[in-house]
Design a protein around this ligand. Structure first.
Ligand SMILES: *Cc1c(COP(=O)(O)O)cnc(C)c1O
Length: 428
């Protein structure tokens, strides 16, 4: 278990050396709080583990997990590169100070004007279909134009069916058996393919599927290299590294994981004569997931057919439980140690029955006005937030060394109308 809980002598939840209830007082609730130090630690843990075994290694932060500019700046400072899945993410990455050569664009169902945009920004495109390849060949001059391909290694894994991105049901990537032909076709068009990529899913704590996929990707790369005569500059294994959300889950042992993956990498690049390419991985969740909490205040306790603890956040602020049935550990910030003795439902404030953060969850006694911390809210939380139910999106606060700073203002009611237009004839 490692839920990244820091608790002070009085049993209160501390984040970035600040009593979390102080942050609630200063910025209001609900509020996302992100610990800068933890992001840096997570990055360095992965970087150090892999470079110990293979020097030519890059981390591409999958910024859809949390595209806040301050978070991106922290990872830019650490030396990270970026996995961007949309033109907006490319734009965000450039704005956050990443040079184009540190960004890899992996889109799916990409339109021509989006390909044009990525090309204008000088960002490497990781193609996801033959259609994209053909269209790109008409948009750019293919002569020596560098590209890479995403392939489907026929291995999928993830914490929920929606998060499995390899295998026969997946919309992503080029079919394994078509890969050599597709690379050949690219070369015939004049392109210079320099990479190969796969991403099998998200929230993987068991290294087994990741190892299977790594083996499969290397087999595909070997096959492509010999049949299409490709000299790979990089092999990209994608992201998906999981974090424990439940107290009983184990962490992914990163050193062991790095050793196993680099072993496969070295053995197979040797076997297939692939030279000495870069190894890339694209963690999103692993870098930022456990660096944030969502603080929310209990406002209503209702003893109906069940006991409901009603809070001031909802699936508009943290969608994962409603969307993926995900578990997020919840602790009262003022008595983290206390054992849960009563099973309750923790319910949000959105008008939907599915708006629950927890069902039948043992929690210590809480009363109205208490603060709860929903843990591991750094990845796919703020980035999936919406204004559904006309609720302005909460503030984001960065904490570091005992100081807190606002990194996104709490939205106001007026923000709900951004870009809306009432036609003249309907004006009052
Ligand atoms: C989402 C995504 C990732 C990151 O997934 P995590 O589970 O957050 O590590 C990496 N690569 C691609 C292409 C993705 O779409």
């Amino acid at each position: 278990m490692d839920l990244n809980l820091k608790i002070n002598g009085n049993g209160k939840l501390v984040i970035g050396n600040i009593d979390s209830s102080k942050i609630a007082e200063e910025y209001g609730t609900p509020v996302y709080i992100t610990d800068e130090k933890r992001i840096r630690e997570n990055y360095r843990r992965v970087f150090n583990a892999f470079t110990k075994y293979h020097e030519k290694f890059k981390i591409l932060y999958a910024c859809k997990a949390n595209p806040n500019l301050a978070v991106m700046r922290i990872l830019e400072e650490e030396g990270s590169s970026i996995d961007a899945v949309s033109p907006g993410e490319v734009y965000t990455s450039l704005k956050a100070g990443f040079s184009p050569d540190r960004i890899l664009f992996t889109g799916n169902n990409v339109k021509n004007d989006e390909l044009e945009f990525i090309n204008e920004k000088n960002v490497l495109i990781n193609l996801d279909s033959i259609s994209q390849l053909e269209r790109l060949s008409k948009i750019v001059d293919p002569e020596n134009y560098k590209i890479s391909f995403r392939v489907n290694p026929m291995v999928g894994a993830g914490h929920h069916a929606h998060c499995i991105t390899g295998g026969v049901m997946s919309k992503f990537g080029i079919k394994e058996e078509e890969a050599p032909e597709v690379y050949k076709k690219a070369v015939d068009l004049g392109f210079k393919p320099i990479g190969i990529h796969s991403h099998i899913g998200s929230g993987i704590l068991d290294p087994k599927p990741f190892k299977l996929a790594s083996n499969a990707l290397l087999d595909i790369a070997g096959n492509v290299a010999s049949k299409a005569d490709i000299d790979f500059e990089f092999l990209d294994f994608g992201g998906g590294l999981g974090i424990p959300y439940k107290p009983e889950e184990n962490i992914l042992e990163i050193d062991k994981f790095a050793k196993e993956i680099t072993d496969i990498f070295k053995t197979k690049t040797g076997e297939y004569g692939l030279g000495n390419p870069y190894l890339y991985i694209e963690p999103g969740r692993y870098l930022v997931g456990d660096a944030s909490v969502l603080l929310t205040r209990v406002n209503t306790i209702k003893n109906s057919y069940r006991k409901f603890i009603g809070v001031d956040a909802g699936f508009n602020t943290l969608l994962r439980p409603a969307m993926y049935d995900s578990y997020h550990h919840i602790v009262p910030v003022n008595n983290v140690f206390e054992k849960g003795n009563e099973k309750v439902d923790v319910a949000g404030n959105v008008c939907e029955s599915g708006d629950l953060f927890a069902r039948d969850r043992p929690l210590p006694k809480v009363k109205e006005g208490d603060l709860l911390a929903i843990l591991n809210a750094g990845a796919y939380s703020f980035s999936m937030a919406s204004q559904y139910n006309s609720r302005p999106i909460p503030a984001e606060v960065l904490v570091n060394k005992g100081k807190s700073e606002l990194i996104r203002e709490r939205e106001t009611f007026e923000d709900l109308f951004n870009k809306q237009i009432i036609p003249k004839r309907l004006e009052k």
